[in-house]
Design a binder for this molecule. Structure first.
Ligand code: FES
Length: 110
């Protein structure tokens, strides 16, 4: 099993385990994290946007051009942002920390 730590928008920490091959978006949703993932992995929504610590970001395979384009549209995206639907867990990602940005709708009002 691969350990993943979610840090919620309010700073709450949740540790979960998932099998290799699981998609990060589904792991997050199964854990009750507020990631919408509206397009279910079609790279058409960016509501599955997550932020990684630099050290974990560098452990991930590089984002595709399509993913980069979607991230450009994601609200609050930073250099170490990724789309959770494009991240498939494997053994090299054990101990990954994933930050869930505040709910997308709320971000408009900040
Ligand atoms: S779920 Fe829509 S881009 Fe990831």
């Amino acid at each position: 099993m691969i350990r993943v730590r979610f840090e919620g928008p309010g700073g709450q920490v949740q540790d979960v385990e998932a099998p290799p091959g699981a998609r990060l978006l589904e792991v997050a949703q199964n854990a009750g994290q507020p990631l919408e993932g509206t397009c279910e992995g079609q790279m058409a929504c960016s509501t599955c946007h997550v932020i990684l610590p630099a050290v974990d970001f560098s452990r991930l395979p590089e984002a595709s051009e399509e993913e980069e384009d979607m991230l450009d549209l994601a609200i609050g995206a930073v250099r170490t942002s990724r789309l959770a639907c494009q991240i498939v867990l494997n053994d090299t990602l054990d101990g990954l920390t994933v930050q869930i940005p505040s709910a997308h709708r709320d971000m408009q009002g900040r």
